[in-house]
Design a protein around this ligand. Structure first.
Ligand code: G1P
Length: 295
């Protein structure tokens, strides 16, 4: 069985829900506590053993590439000023030379199309996909748990979570088969079904381990839900010839593509940090009692 070494991060989205903030800053660079959203997702990938990061970007996303590069002037200035802790932090987060690749999705044709744009960079091996809107908080990362399941099942593995049964039309939904390892077999998948058509309330939550045969399927995939080339439709076709298993993630997931989810992520990761936790709790208690909504 081939090891999962590469991860694809589709970061071409416009972030219209965060305008005007995202007019000049990619939504993936918005800050949760003191790190950009994308750093949390990359951390999760690296914890799972990923050693090559592939970013599918778009126009106006150049700052993501800058973020993962060395900033020589900044490092020199920090060194001159004796800021060793800050220098060490940047060094720890720095991808090694040649381990981060960037390609552009030239038109917003959907998630399936974005993944297909990474085909040459991935090549003929299994790979992970991490949707950067979703950041996850757990003792052991979601992708690391999925790699553990993949080592038992081979094939394809996706992360799922139980959603409100009335909200199945917001997600890809899977059918639940028998248990295997720390997950279960998948009997079917459908993108954004109405509640009455959903096979379960297990929603696809943004982490995937897929076999490279998905690329040939995506190359000819017709547009589906939302008039976009859907990854879920491609996976459905792949499931005709390959196994799919699901890992039900039980940690916390924050949808940083929504304002509420983004703010919740900031609070949750602040509370997770021993250096600022107590102060944040005190401030929040005071604010909740004194701030009234604007008229
Ligand atoms: C995408 C996927 C969907 C998945 C969701 C998770 O949808 O197509 O299957 O459930 O991400 O966030 P999007 O949110 O891009 O519409």
């Amino acid at each position: 069985m081939k090891k999962v070494r590469k991860a694809v991060f589709p970061v071409a989205g416009l972030g219209t829900r965060f305008l005007p903030a995202t007019k000049a800053i990619p939504k993936e660079m918005l800050t949760v506590v003191d790190r950009p959203v994308i750093q949390y997702v990359v951390d999760e990938a690296q914890e799972a053993g990923i050693d090559h990061l592939i970013f599918v970007t778009g126009r106006n996303k150049g700052v993501i590439e800058d973020y993962f590069d060395i900033q020589v002037e900044l490092s020199n200035t920090l060194a001159e000023r004796g800021k060793t802790a800050e220098l060490q932090l940047l060094d720890d987060l720095q991808p090694k030379p040649g381990t981060a690749s960037f390609t552009r999705q030239q038109a917003p044709l959907g998630l399936g199309h974005a993944i297909w744009c990474a085909r040459d960079l991935v090549g003929n091996e299994p790979f992970a996909i991490l949707l950067p809107d979703m950041i996850m908080q757990a003792e052991k990362g979601c992708l690391a748990e999925m790699v553990a399941l993949y080592e038992k099942t081979g094939g394809n593995v996706i992360s799922v979570e139980e959603c409100d049964p009335q909200e199945t039309n917001k997600y890809g939904i899977v059918g639940k088969g028998g248990d295997v390892g720390n997950g279960f077999r998948i009997t079917g998948m459908v993108e954004k079904p109405k509640p009455e058509d959903a096979p379960s309330n297990y929603s696809i939550s943004g982490r995937y381990i897929l076999q490279p045969e998905i690329f040939d399927i995506l190359a000819t995939q017709e547009k589906g839900a939302g008039n976009e080339i859907q990854l879920t439709d491609g996976m459905l076709k792949l499931a005709e010839s390959q196994d799919f298993a699901a890992y039900p993630f039980t940690g916390r997931t924050f949808d940083c593509g929504s304002k509420e989810g983004f703010i919740e992520a900031n609070v949750a990761f602040a509370l997770y940090r021993p250096d600022i936790r107590d102060k944040v709790i005190g401030n929040m208690e005071r604010l909740m009692q004194t701030v009234k909504p604007a008229e």
